[in-house]
Design a protein around this ligand. Structure first.
Ligand code: NOJ
Length: 482
């Protein structure tokens, strides 16, 4: 699918005027263009928020009729997580959600992205709903609204009900998810205007069923993994349709995906084009299939006999139009132009490439600009949100009890500077959710990796704002990089 994008249109128009083929450069790079004025202001109405997810913050794992999820089972197996830690208590946000809403309010946040735990709503995955589970999310939503904070609800952030036979190996799980999504949207859409179906496809498909690192910890052959990936995007598509059918008119539906983002090794036309090709192709199993309603020819050729079995109507459902695209943006990948069949080559990172406290979180602030630009140039969605961005640190309380996380501020300031570029070039980026509001259960890393703006003492569950919380408050107050 090839659209003439804003950028290509501008370049073509400039070339026509000049009577020559002008290189595609943005106005911000044009020779002699004045530097952007400081401070780097975002457009009026830009939405600033924070993000969390149910299993990582709620605790109350067996309360009020909640069923078990595959992460409950998995974290209780010996040796799976850092020090054997689990989300049984986590931040206890199930009981302390009012305090957490006040943390958001103190930041001046306009929005909060959190997830609903499927097994709180349907303890068996399907069947009879648990009214106490739904009531909890109604309380959270009401508390947010009373404090002037817009709820952005993720429907699946990996905590699959243990009771569902076969988990994501079963096609039935896709339909079960759509039914659950429709139920929640019907009950909450009088107060919630934005729903994200699914968070980060690769983490509950490949990491869970191919590499075996995440719950349920299986290592299946390629054909089964490709089928699981298909069930995952089918679940998304069926849920989009089911939400539209059951929610209040005007409800906005999207997703939150950690697509691999390719930065051009040098910002010249040939490498920019190669990076865009890499982006489209290397995300063929998930975001590209969702945005285009088909698998790319190269993906089908690559998977060959192991390609997923697709039923009639699946791809149309998968490609259901979205109101917004949510992108979780962390580390960069790099691509260059090459004489390969795809027209690009992915560069390996040198061993010296810098990273934050998690070894996978390579620092490349420009990735956030390219995330927005590739998605907009390829698929032209109405709105893009950064649904996650942030980093862990070795946060420690100093003698005065403060947490001076200058490394996190450095990271965020640089990423926001590049996000500002996307907004300044009129790409449709409408908001930013910082991961995370508070330190929480970081999956295999347990409580050993802290991503929060607020430090959590996991013995007392006390929340303490870090330097980065003050920094983010200044960003929000000024609607500008601080
Ligand atoms: C992405 C995931 O959505 C979230 O659950 C996780 O904690 C952060 N990245 C940081 O790894």
């Amino acid at each position: 699918m090839k659209h003439l994008t804003r950028r290509q249109f501008a370049a073509a128009a400039a070339a026509a005027v000049a009577g020559a083929s002008a290189p595609k450069i943005s106005p911000a790079q044009a020779p002699g263009a004045p530097p952007a004025p400081l401070p780097l202001k975002f457009p009026a109405g830009f939405l600033w928020g924070c993000a969390t997810s149910a299993y990582q913050i709620e605790g109350a794992a067996t309360e009020d009729g909640r069923g078990a999820s595959i992460w409950d089972t998995y974290t209780h197996l010996p040796g799976k997580t850092f020090k054997g830690e689990t989300g049984d208590v986590a931040d206890d946000s199930y009981h302390r959600y009012k305090e957490d809403v006040q943390l958001l309010k103190d930041l001046g946040a306009a929005a909060y992205r959190f997830s609903v735990s499927w097994p709180r709503i349907f303890p068996e995955g399907t069947g009879k709903a648990n009214s106490q589970g739904l009531a909890y999310y109604e309380r959270v939503v009401d508390e947010l609204l009373e404090n002037g904070i817009a709820p952005y609800v993720t429907l699946f952030h990996w905590d699959l009900p243990e009771a569902l036979p076969g988990g994501w190996r079963s096609r039935g799980t896709a339909q079960a998810f759509a039914d659950y999504a429709a139920f929640v949207a019907k009950r909450l859409s009088d107060r919630v205007q934005h729903f994200m179906t699914i968070n980060e496809f690769v983490c509950f498909t490949d990491l869970s069923y191919k590499i075996g690192l995440f719950a349920p910890g299986l290592k299946l052959p390629a054909a089964e993994v490709n089928q699981i990936r298909h069930h995952a995007i089918l679940a998304h598509g069926l849920a989009v349709q089911a939400i539209r059918a059951s929610a209040k008119g005007g409800t906005q539906v999207g997703l939150a995906e950690n697509a691999k983002i390719y930065v051009p090794v040098i910002e010249t036309a040939e490498h920019v084009e190669a990076a865009q090709r890499a982006f489209r192709e290397e995300n063929a199993a998930f975001l590209t299939a969702v945005m285009e309603g088909k698998y790319t020819d190269a993906y089908l050729a690559h998977t060959g006999a192991d390609a997923p079995k697709v039923h009639a109507g699946d791809m149309a459902a998968i490609g259901s139009p979205l109101d917004f695209v949510g992108l979780n943006v962390y580390q960069p990948e790099y691509a260059r132009a090459a004489a390969s069949p795809g027209g690009y080559r992915v560069e390996r990172r040198p061993a010296s490439f810098p990273h934050m406290a998690s070894p996978w979180l390579f620092i490349g602030p420009e990735v956030i600009y390219w995330a927005v630009r590739h998605v907009a140039d390829l698929w032209n969605p109405a709105a893009i949100y950064i649904t996650e961005n942030g980093c862990p640190g070795e946060d420690r309380r100093d003698a005065a009890g403060d947490i001076e996380d200058t490394d996190r501020v450095m990271f965020l300031r640089n990423y926001l500077t590049h996000l500002h570029r996307a907004a300044a070039e009129n790409y449709p980026v409408r908001g930013y959710f910082l991961w995370s509001l508070l330190d929480n259960f970081e999956w295999l890393d347990g409580f050993g990796k802290r991503f929060g703006l607020h430090y959590v003492d996991f013995k007392t569950l006390q929340r303490i704002p870090k330097l980065s919380a003050s920094w983010y408050r200044a960003v929000i107050a000024g609607n500008a990089v601080a």
